[in-house]
Design a protein around this ligand. Structure first.
Ligand code: ZN
Length: 139
């Protein structure tokens, strides 16, 4: 249920930024090293957002590239280059391509951030438009 916790966090962040307005789109960036299944994340996002200002919002997300640095020789490499068959399974090579060392630090790739949100325009009230047209003009 890892995705549930992540989805809950995303909804929480979006709510704080929305300032009480209805959220239409939430964009997140998920590092390649995060073991998150997109379909599950979308499902749990809908569940968590249901009773919030994010209800009905669309979850857009993109993978951010990963980068590791070898502790031995300092080489940097992307352990999960975008494969042609990019699916749920990621082929990640954590060994340094230079010296084949196994010690490394993660520079990027394990982050999960809410990149931006889109909110409904506060003035836009679809129900009022037609009503306004029927109002008698000042005359
Ligand atoms: Zn190395």
């Amino acid at each position: 249920m890892h995705e549930l916790a992540v989805a809950r966090e995303i909804v929480g962040v979006a709510e704080r930024h929305a300032g009480g307005l209805a959220v239409s789109v939430v964009r997140v960036k998920v590092g390649c090293l995060r073991q998150v299944v997109p379909e599950y994340l979308g499902f749990y996002f809908d569940v968590c957002a249901r009773d919030t200002c994010c209800g009905g919002a669309e979850l857009e997300w993109e993978r951010t590239p990963s980068l590791l640095r070898c502790s031995a020789c300092g080489a940097e490499w992307d352990p999960a280059p975008p494969p042609a068959h990019a699916d749920h399974e990621l082929l990640v090579d954590f060994r340094c391509p230079g010296c084949r060392g196994g010690n490394h630090s993660v520079i990027s790739g394990d982050e999960l951030v809410v990149e931006s949100i889109e909110v409904e325009e506060p003035a836009a009230d679809p129900g009022r438009e037609t009503a306004a047209a029927n109002e008698p003009g000042g005359g």
